[in-house]
Design a protein around this ligand. Structure first.
Ligand code: GDP
Length: 425
């Protein structure tokens, strides 16, 4: 059976959660392979409305195995709280349908604190962190100064390891930031509370995925954030601290030999961006406010108003390339219904020259958008469920984008609900 990755094409918040929730009916296993509790995947289904941060979006489907791979930032505290919260809505979560990689590195309590301390030190030069400790966590992972989930099973050995890490981390906390040091007593308490809670879910997920694959099961890899936030290919340094791209799925999932048969890139019918960093086609003032209101563009994790603008073909084409997308899902078409004409950023003006190539990050600040307009449709799309029932102008817009970015748009969505997604044949 085919493997598929569902990834973000732009700055994140494209609607990956709803696409994974929809597509899981065709897959047996869903794996999160990078990122942590800084995700905010909105899913609306028969159980209610959820903003999933760490749990894979396949958690709602009976029979689907959900895996947190070795590449994720495993935050036991956030994960446990999220599990408890999702369970209150009647969703079953057990060691049968949720598996945590024993090789996942653990996000420790000071990572969140260090995030806050550093952003506050930077003040108006801040990176726009979601304050979930992701950057300090990944730095420590690569310095080998955190623990692996599997180490939770040997408390004595873990205590020794943590003592060493604590001694080192307290130098930074107290010496650099003048903050309170952490104590082993605090850590023991934290381990008792959250470490013990997630232990039943920890196993050798690489072996499990291999077996599932051998048994002919299909696997869906769920990314967090978008191509433009990827640590290697994004708008550095305003990126996340992990690889959000599909190419990382085999590594971060633990199925290192995985072949991706399909990469479904999710893009929005206009642009949004949470947090700091260059955002070339950004709108301001009343025009921005109108689009933000129409699209309900407020962060799922932080509640922050998202920055908005028209669809950016330069960034989207780049996102398609970086992701190696084989098909696209274009979401939130319904939001554009109020516009007489649909604005599209077709090129950038950089140093007096027009270009359709996405520039090197430090040159983005001086880039200006070149805008063109295509006809709008001025009709409510939310009740439409078939491609041929969409207004001609809407179909023309989709076909135009598809041609410009060089990737087939297989899905278009006209509302947040599970069934408000049209699959084109
Ligand atoms: P993700 O992080 O990529 O999963 O995206 P988010 O959940 O942060 O943001 C997507 C938002 O758009 C959520 O509030 C979704 O419910 C909503 N959404 C997704 N698709 C559509 C759509 O086609 N129309 C409308 N109106 N909202 C949508």
């Amino acid at each position: 059976m085919a493997n598929c990755a569902v990834v973000g094409i732009n700055w994140g918040d494209e609607g990956k959660g709803r696409m994974v929730d929809l597509l899981t009916q065709r897959y047996d296993v869903v794996v999160r392979y990078q990122g942590g509790g800084n995700a905010g995947h909105t899913v609306i289904n028969e159980f209610g409305k959820f903003a999933l941060h760490l749990l894979p979006s396949g958690i709602f489907r009976k029979g689907v195995i959900n895996v947190l791979g070795n590449g994720v930032a495993l935050d036991p505290e956030n994960l446990w709280n999220e599990m408890e919260n999702v369970r209150t809505k009647g969703v079953l979560i057990s060691p049968e349908n949720l598996k945590i990689s024993e090789r996942a590195s653990v996000l420790l309590p000071w990572h969140r604190e260090l995030d806050r301390l550093e952003e506050s030190r930077l003040s108006d030069r801040k990176y726009g962190s979601t304050m979930q400790g992701i950057a300090p966590f990944y730095s420590d992972k690569y310095q080998k100064k955190t623990i692996l989930a599997g180490e939770l099973f040997d408390r004595d050995a873990l205590r020794e390891r943590l003592k060493g890490i604590l001694e080192w981390k307290n130098l930074t906390l107290t010496g650099v930031y003048g903050a309170e040091p952490y104590t082993m007593e605090q850590m023991e308490e934290w381990l008792d509370r959250y470490g013990e809670a997630i232990k039943p879910y920890i196993c050798d997920t690489a072996a499990l995925l291999e077996e599932e694959q051998k048994a002919g099961k299909s696997i869906l890899f769920e990314a967090q954030l978008g191509a433009l936030r990827d640590i290697d290919f994004g708008i550095w340094p305003y990126t996340t601290s992990s690889n959000a791209i599909a190419a990382y799925a085999p590594v971060g999932s633990g199925l290192t030999g995985a072949k991706l048969d399909e990469v479904v890139g999710v893009a929005k019918a206009y642009s949004t961006c949470v947090g700091e960093g260059p955002f070339v086609a950004e709108w301001f003032g009343a025009e921005a406010e109108k689009l933000r209101e129409a699209g309900g563009e407020y962060g799922a994790k932080t509640g922050r108003p998202r920055r908005v603008g028209p669809l950016d073909l330069v960034a989207t084409r780049y996102g398609v390339k970086v992701q190696g997308a084989t098909a696209l899902a274009l979401t939130k078409l319904d939001v554009l219904s109020y516009m007489d004409q649909i604005p599209v950023c077709v090129r950038y003006l950089v140093d007096g020259n027009e270009t359709d190539r996405f520039p090197f990050p430090s040159r983005l600040a001086s880039a200006e958008p070149v805008i063109q307009y295509v006809p709008g449709w001025k009709r409510d799309l939310t009740g439409i469920r078939r491609w041929e029932d969409l207004p001609e102008e809407t179909r023309a817009y989709v076909e135009y984008v598809e041609k410009e970015v060089g990737c087939p748009i297989r899905y278009v969505s006209v509302g947040p609900e599970r069934d408000a997604c049209i699959e084109r044949n």
